[in-house]
Design a protein around this ligand. Structure first.
Ligand code: FUB
Length: 456
């Protein structure tokens, strides 16, 4: 993110926070280091796995080469796991731009990742042994080849074990998947009761005795509409808008989960883009809010995403190693994945480093923030793993970007060219209780890369 965008971000969110009468920065879009869209949240092992599409930083129309993964256990701090698959995973796909909205679901310990292959090729499926991948193509051909509208796959597994695959624009198609999740039985059906305003992006779930179908509705702008039924195959009765269509959001795409007793609706907007230009480009950002049911099972409407976002469902433990690419908010930085290379040596361990993901593109005034770290009675010291470039300092503050200073880490080995080292600094007695923690970077330029941190 360049400094102009950075300034715009600051102004926008400060303005939004002031409007809301709040002194904190907004927690959204939930990812700031990349443009992300088409959220696919999946709950597994007490963790939300959020798969997204990826709009290129310079996209004008759809420029989408791969799918990304983020995880969270508290709904406010998200860890970046980078690219988990791309169209290159299918060796029968003749192009690499077109990684549109996928869906991921777990069954019997395997993870099935359904991918639309645009331009009328169909829907492919990848399989992995764990949610991080690697994902492999078991079929070597499309699972679905039905029409020129085979986009936006979504899978729902009913209580009786029957899995259904839904997809399509501007109608909902569905088919019964077999137990193996990579083949199907029976005919492909067109939903005769495709609900009012249905555009694309179906998402099906069940709560109590009700089945729900949410979707990107109306175009354009798109909101998130929903319908209900007593069966996973309809007929569907339109019930209203979970989120209104507004001029702020030309496109939308729902992803809905229950996590630790609360329900959440994900979607996407162009808010990050709008801070940089008044022009329209397909550079979207995933958003998230709590979703509330009425006693009769219908869903309360939201005009737009709230500034506050959802509340944190558990505190973050700062005494465990935390990846630097875990954040609730950041300004200016990017994340990168690097495989081991010859010159990269961990001097502390006297060994070559392993592959790592880290925060990079760090310049003076940039920062990352994690929300709700529980320091309990306090910390004595902090360790950070960084690779110095031109060198600089990390000011660690609590509550806000210019809040109480609890430690300063001097990354004083300048111009080392990126050797990973662990630096330790004392922590004063201001770090007590549950606090938001800001890692504020100071120096001239291109300071260092940042891998992880841990308080002691
Ligand atoms: O992201 C590409 C396409 O835009 C998706 O497949 C649609 O749902 C819309 O979000």
């Amino acid at each position: 993110m360049n400094s102009r965008i950075k300034t715009l971000f600051g102004s926008f969110f400060l303005f939004a926070a002031l409007l809301m009468g709040s002194s904190v920065y907004a927690q959204k879009p939930i990812i700031q280091t990349k443009y992300t869209a088409d959220p696919v949240p999946m709950v597994y092992n007490n963790t939300v796995f959020l798969y997204t599409t990826h709009d290129a930083d310079d996209a004008m129309g759809f420029k989408m080469f791969n799918w990304l993964l983020y995880t969270s256990t508290d709904m406010v701090n998200w860890t970046d796991h980078g690219v988990i698959a791309s169209l290159k995973n299918f060796d029968w796909v003749p192009y690499d731009n077109g990684a549109w909205a996928p869906h991921c679901i777990e069954r019997n310990g395997k993870f099935y990742f359904y991918c639309p292959i645009p331009n009328g090729i169909g829907i492919g499926v990848l399989v992995a042994d764990n949610p991080y991948g690697p994902f492999k193509d078991p079929l070597g051909k499309p699972l679905i080849q039905n029409s020129h509208h085979d986009i936006d796959p979504a899978v729902f597994i009913d209580d009786d074990g029957q899995a259904y695959l839904y997809w399509g624009n501007p109608k909902v198609y569905y088919v019964k998947l077999n137990e193996d999740m990579i083949s199907y039985s029976g005919e492909i059906m067109v939903e005769e009761t495709t609900p009012k305003n249905y555009q694309e992006g179906p998402w099906v779930w069940k709560r109590n005795e009700h089945y729900y179908l949410a979707y990107a509705s109306t175009c354009c702008p798109e909101g998130i509409g929903y319908a209900m039924s007593s069966s996973p195959t309809g007929p569907w009765e339109y019930k209203g808008m979970i989120m209104d269509a507004t001029e702020l959001s030309r496109g939308n795409h729902p992803g809905i989960i229950e996590f630790k007793g609360k329900w959440y609706c994900f979607g996407h907007t162009y808010d990050l883009l709008k801070l940089t230009t008044t022009k329209f480009y397909e550079r979207r950002s995933v958003m998230l809010d709590e979703m509330i049911y009425n006693p009769d099972g219908t869903i309360q409407n939201r005009a737009y995403w709230t500034v506050e976002g959802p509340t944190q469902v558990e505190t973050l433990n700062p005494f465990k190693r935390v990846e630097a690419e875990t954040m609730a908010w950041s300004e200016g930085v990017k994340t990168r994945f690097e495989t081991e290379w010859e010159g990269d040596f961990d001097w502390a361990r006297g060994a070559k480093i392993a592959d790592r993901r880290f925060v990079t593109s760090i310049n003076n005034g940039d920062y990352i923030m994690v929300k709700g770290a529980n320091f309990s009675t306090g910390a004595k010291s902090v360790e950070v793993s960084v690779a110095s470039l031109y060198g600089g300092k990390i000011e660690i503050r609590v509550d806000k970007i210019d809040g109480p200073l609890i430690a300063t880490v001097d990354v004083n080995t300048s111009r080392e060219g990126g050797i990973w080292r662990t630096f330790t600094a004392p922590v004063n007695n201001k770090a007590k209780g549950v606090r938001d923690v800001y890692f504020v970077f100071k120096g001239e330029k291109d300071l260092f890369d940042f891998d992880w941190w841990k308080f002691n």
